[in-house]
Design a protein around this ligand. Structure first.
Ligand code: GLA
Length: 728
């Protein structure tokens, strides 16, 4: 049983293999938090006599309750606003009289097997044979019939608890939600580092670690997308936690729009974490009888450091978030036309690339930007999802010829966008997201469609479906090359404009759902100028996301390892491109570009017809490596072996198959330094008792993990090797 209710103590215990969470209903009906972290055995000790941390008259208490009952001084599962808890909170809801006071108390609970899916939002799922249990707790406001249903789904094997909140307006008047966070977590002290992924376009998701300080530390987005700048996921790591040991708490928000994750160190020495939709300029009108659901948060804990946290999240997302078994299924090994041709292609060039692909064992050609409307550069045609027949002839015919070579076909779209120079704009200028009377912001010569409008979503569904029905298209790359501005919709009244950014996201998710229903086997790759929307929300629909427009292998080390803190390697879009690299100008050995791209979905982003004989031989080897090692990389456990928080001269990471019979170590020398000593790689996660063969030696797992083995790399910047370890 992963959810227990101990009735005589009003105590809830949620149990995973290595994680326990406990809270109870106190005499005043507050949901008081007790524990989230390492496994507890039994219930004794879980309801301390005195869990209040301190108090003063500045931490008020409800009339009729005792001073020690102050909501400001209790660890709580859910906090309101303007009613005595002054910390960052779960919910602020405006009632008709203009009051924002919100305060909810326990009413009832319900435990059931499995997990419900959220309507219209990405959601984790439980398979028929999974031991998942869900606890739903109903809380009611102390002044009106506003209810909050807190949901906790316990994924035992993955040490992950999925949380979300639903607000239900059972009053007779409309209410306005100003803030509704998906989860609140009170931790008993502040001795944590805040670990986040931050960056910029082409420099996404570099991990950063800073100690929590008094006050609030947060990451957020108001871009209408999760953004390149921060990914909606954080870890709180005990100061002494390392990659391999120590207490680490992970929180991943399954949402792709404006988000907020914040941690507050408060006056009584505890830390509170809140994660959810960014309340900044958010409001949601809830009519009587209506409800509103927040996105989900995936909360995990590991006593095995940051690496343990990552492995929990990888297991969880691979089994319970990524749809249709795609997580560890082999993806078609592809070549993408973007860096090969940009806008400059025709059917002859594409067929040439497809022929080379067929010879080299590459399984799919993805035609990127430039195939539609009159698009020969980035100034026109977004929204005109009609084939540019002058450029590529009949798409169905082209795809047939490509398929006849034994090569599959994929196609790029940027559904949410519209160019001013487009037929669509001439017909529907009102479909652009814009604010009447204010000048528009342009990004990459393009504007956004108002995805909050059902007619826009329907138009996109029909035009994209027409293309997908017209040819054998097995893969779609879904791009999004700018962020939202002038977020305002003609369709909504002034008092509902705070809903537009979230409704935009709901429109995007809806379009995904409609397309996947129409084309069930379709593989969609997410993208937003590279990794500008790499989040667990998108992963609910797309099994892989183009990780960065920066394809430089040396740059990719940090980007990919950073991404791996929260997201499985099998979701990381990674390709081999040409040198000098188009973004950094750096040159890296072809073999290394392959070795690094293998730590991702793997593919090529170059003109295959221009490869030298030598590089073609390397491609053949890389293709073979992909097939040989895919199951270990996509389905195994990841161990980062070097310090992924900084640029190192030498980096290493590894994957261990779940049965610990195989492992793969990647070792890379970023900068070659003379006389820099012997480079030992110390594998992790092996079976100590098993003897492994590695680099011609036979060594026990115990020795390998204690002593390591020497990484023998050729001299030169960017030299790398992959070591395969096989149990004997
Ligand atoms: C974005 C993507 C690229 C490519 C271009 C096309 O930048 O990240 O991979 O698809 O758009 O315009």
């Amino acid at each position: 049983m992963s959810v227990q209710f101990i009735e005589n103590k009003n105590l809830f215990i949620l149990s995973c293999a290595k994680l326990s969470c406990a809270f109870y209903v106190d005499a005043n009906k507050r949901l008081v938090h007790l524990h989230f972290g390492g496994k507890v055995l039994g219930e004794e000790g879980l309801v301390p006599q005195e869990i209040r941390k301190g108090h003063s008259s500045f931490s008020p208490w409800a009339d009729g309750e005792k001073p020690e009952d102050s909501a400001d001084a209790l660890p709580l599962e859910f906090s309101g606003f303007n009613t005595g808890d002054f910390r960052i909170n779960s919910a602020t809801v405006l009632t008709e009289n203009g009051s924002a006071a919100t305060d909810a108390l326990y009413v009832s609970h319900h435990i059931y097997k499995g997990k419900k899916r959220l309507a219209g939002l990405p959601s984790a799922f439980a398979g028929d044979h999974d031991s998942v249990e869900t606890l739903e707790i109903t809380m009611r406001d102390t002044a009106c019939e506003l209810e909050f249903i807190l949901s906790y789904s316990v994924f035992e094997e993955c040490n992950t608890i999925v949380r979300s909140v639903k607000a239900v307006n059972n009053t007779a008047s409309p209410l306005v939600i100003r803030r509704l966070m998906s989860a609140q977590l009170d931790l008993p002290h502040t001795g944590f580092d805040f670990v986040q992924l931050s960056g910029s376009w082409s420099r996404e998701r570099h991990p950063e670690r800073t100690p929590l300080h008094s006050g609030i530390q947060s990451i957020r987005s108001v871009r209408g997308a999760s953004g390149h700048q921060n990914s909606p996921a954080i870890a709180l790591a005990a100061h002494d936690a390392t990659e391999y040991s120590g207490d680490v708490y992970g929180a991943v928000l399954a949402y792709s729009g404006n988000f907020l994750i914040e941690a507050e160190c408060e006056q009584y020495g505890t830390a509170r974490l809140c994660a959810g939709i960014n309340p900044e300029n958010f409001s949601w009108m809830l009519a009587p009888g209506e409800s509103f659901e927040t996105p989900e948060v995936y909360l995990t804990y590991s006593g095995e450091g940051l690496g343990g946290m990552s492995r929990n999240l990888h297991d969880f997302m691979r089994s319970h978030l990524i749809r249709d078994g795609w997580a560890d299924r082999k993806r078609p090994l592809l070549v993408n036309s973007w860096e090969a041709a940009y806008f400059d292609f025709d059917s002859v060039k594409l067929l040439g690339i497809a022929e080379s692909a067929a010879k080299l064992g590459i399984e799919m050609l993805v035609l990127d930007d430039g195939w539609f409307g009159a698009r020969n550069d980035d100034t026109t045609s977004l929204g005109d999802w009609f084939v540019n027949t002058d450029k590529i002839g009949d798409l169905g015919e082209l795809v047939k010829k490509i398929n006849a070579l034994g090569v599959k076909f994929g196609l790029w779209f940027e559904p949410e966008m519209i160019s001013e120079k487009s037929k669509l704009y001439q017909e529907h200028p009102e479909w652009v997201l814009h604010e009447p009377g204010r000048r528009r912001s342009i990004g990459r010569q393009q504007m956004l469609l108002d995805m909050s409008r059902p007619d826009v979503v329907q138009y996109l569904f029909e035009t994209i479906s027409n293309i997908l029905h017209s040819a054998n298209i097995e893969y779609v790359k879904w791009d999004m090359n700018r962020n939202l501005t002038e977020v305002y919709s003609d369709m909504l009244p002034p008092e509902r404009q705070g809903e537009v950014a979230h409704r935009f996201m709901l429109g995007v998710y809806r379009l995904h759902e409609m397309l996947l229903k129409e084309f069930p086997g379709l593989l969609i790759e997410g993208c937003s100028g590279g990794g500008g929307r790499f989040d667990a929300g998108m992963l609910g629909y797309v099994p892989q996301i183009w990780c960065s427009d920066d394809t430089d292998a040396m740059e990719r080390i940090l980007i990919q390892l950073g991404t791996s803190y929260f997201y499985p390697v099998s979701t990381i879009g990674a390709h081999v491109s040409v040198c000098p690299n188009h973004i950094t100008g750096r040159s890296t050995p072809f073999a290394t570009r392959g070795n690094i791209a293998l730590s991702g979905t793997f593919g090529y982003e170059l003109d295959l017809t221009k490869l030298t004989e030598e590089d073609q031989a390397l491609v053949r080897k890389q293709v073979a490596d992909y097939h040989r090692y895919h199951h270990i990389i996509a389905g195994g456990d990841l161990y980062r072996l070097s310090d992924s928080f900084k640029v190192n001269p030498f980096d290493a990471w590894m994957y261990v198959s779940k049965d610990r019979k195989e492992a793969l170590v990647t070792a890379v020398c970023r900068f070659c330094q003379p006389n820099s000593g012997v480079r030992f790689v110390r594998p992790r996660g092996l079976d100590p008792e098993t003897v492994y063969e590695v680099d011609g030696m036979q060594v026990s797992g115990a020795t390998l993990m204690s002593v390591g083995f020497q990484a023998k790399l050729e001299p030169g910047d960017g030299a790398s090797r992959i070591y395969y370890l096989k149990a004997l």
